[in-house]
Ligand binder design. Structure first.
Ligand SMILES: [Zn+2]
Ligand SMILES: [Zn+2]
Length: 124
């Protein structure tokens, strides 16, 4: 499978029962349907997100990408609890793509996140 953002090869990484795909270059993460939800519930699972958040931020700007699974155009989604996190979702196979650092951020709701979201809401 090729990374939808930088087109490098993706490798399988297992965390317990769950296998996700991680890009060998930009370190973005691909989750099949609901895997990100399952993984979020597991303690220390953020350790699979080894990428540099600065690189992740650069790739976060790339929006109109195709699903690496079924080649459908993915749509940008905003996490309801943490609206500063924007990931891509496939409406056909329900897979989602998180840029490097985003899964870690998704897992942890910190006080800085609270303020970031407050600012994000104000901008609307
Ligand atoms: Zn990549
Ligand atoms: Zn798909």
């Amino acid at each position: 499978m090729k990374c939808p953002k930088c087109l490098a090869e993706m490798e399988k990484v297992a965390y317990g029962e769950i296998k996700v795909d991680r890009c060998t270059d930009c370190r973005g993460l691909w989750f099949d349907m609901l895997e990100h939800e399952h993984l979020k519930a597991i303690e220390d699972s953020e350790s699979i997100d080894i990428g540099d958040p600065e690189i992740g931020k650069r790739f976060d700007k790339l929006r109109a990408v195709d699903c690496p699974h079924c080649q459908t155009k993915m749509i940008p989604m905003v996490d309801l609890q943490q609206p500063h996190i924007c990931y891509e979702a496939c409406t056909v196979c329900y897979g989602v793509f998180f840029d490097a650092g985003e899964f870690k951020d998704y897992k942890e709701i910190t006080i800085t996140d609270f303020f970031k979201d407050l600012l994000a809401k104000r901008r609307k």
